[in-house]
Design a protein around this ligand. Structure first.
Ligand SMILES: [Zn+2]
Length: 323
């Protein structure tokens, strides 16, 4: 029998260990697990027990990473199967070696952005090539042998880093065009950026894109060709109208919705992003948004007319998830 100090009884008392089911919360996400706690035999209040409390916090991290993040042993297994040292893997990910080790050992819960990056890479090992290119770190030969060949742009029908691991979703694209053009009349340049920021913000938050569109690096910023055919269809159906206007001696097109309607998605994550974006879109002109998009790593690091990897979503300056 262990004697401990009970704060309630204010003296040393006989104690016992009981099993309870407890729900714990971290950043709004919950985990339920069976834990052991020590209680006072006299009043049944919990008494402090360093060993048990430590075990609860370890079990919680393991359960949390398993349910909501990346389990440490999965990170370790991945790293070893691709023949990466902790040092190499941490510099590719841009995570401090100490931090990576704490994740592998289940001593810490990865930050959201690190967790999404880890999930992405584990799901798609070919991203190691992208990371190595972005960071200017060459993959050692034995690593290259272990990782499947990188994806070429031609294979865009596959789910990959350029479409955000999502099939193109026409219904969502059409509803978004209607949403953006009902805020106020919107230029095609601005519409492209709105889609880019929506998809990349959503990807940062959810680990996949919302529309499945891929974006090329164009001189005016990120650009997605397929928007134009959707806009044309909507115009022919009389849902939107197109207008041409002159700006700095160049002709631009803008679109506006014919019949205003409230557009709400079933997905709360996208509604939040749109809500944050709408204020921004109403107060910023196309030129300002282009300038902002030109400061994104996504745009800077991608060669002209090449698709932009969604892995850059994690480095967004303009983040409509948290604003
Ligand atoms: Zn007591």
């Amino acid at each position: 029998m262990e004697y401990k100090y009970c704060e309630n009884c204010m003296k040393k008392v006989e104690t016992l260990v009981v099993k309870v089911n407890r729900t714990l919360t971290h950043k709004g996400k919950t985990v339920t697990l069976d834990i052991e706690k020590r209680i006072c035999k006299v009043c049944s209040e919990q008494v402090y027990d360093e060993v048990l409390d430590q075990k609860v916090s370890e079990d919680f991290i393991i359960a949390f990473n398993k349910n909501h993040g990346v389990p440490g042993d999965e990170i370790r297994r991945f790293r070893k199967s691709y023949r990466l040292t902790q040092e190499q893997f941490s510099s590719l990910l841009g995570i401090a070696p100490k931090t990576l080790i704490s994740y592998e050992k289940n001593q810490a819960i990865p930050e959201t952005s690190n967790a999404s990056l880890l999930c992405l890479v584990i799901e798609e090992p070919r991203l190691l090539y992208t990371l190595s290119k972005n960071k200017g770190i060459e993959l050692p030969e034995k690593v290259q042998k272990a990782v499947p060949k990188p994806i070429e742009h031609e294979e865009l029908h596959e789910l990959n880093e350029f479409n955000g691991f999502k099939d193109k979703d026409s219904e969502r694209i059409i509803r978004l065009i209607k949403y953006f053009s009902s805020l106020k009349s919107i230029s095609m340049t601005k519409l492209n950026k709105a889609f880019f920021y929506l998809d990349f913000s959503y990807f940062k938050n959810q680990g996949k894109s919302f529309t499945g569109l891929s974006y090329l690096k164009h001189q005016y910023g990120p650009f997605t060709q397929s928007l134009y055919s959707y806009v044309q269809d909507l115009e022919q159906q009389g849902e939107i109208t197109k207008k041409e206007y002159l700006y700095k001696e160049k002709t631009f097109e803008s679109i506006s919705i014919v019949k205003k309607e409230d557009i709400i998605f079933k997905d709360q994550a996208v509604n939040n992003i749109l809500n944050n974006m709408s204020k921004f879109l109403l107060n910023t002109n196309a030129e300002e948004i282009s300038d902002l998009s030109h400061q994104e790593e996504a745009w800077i690091k991608t060669p002209f007319y090449k698709p932009i990897s969604y892995s850059y979503a994690l480095t967004l300056n303009l983040d409509f998830v948290t604003q």
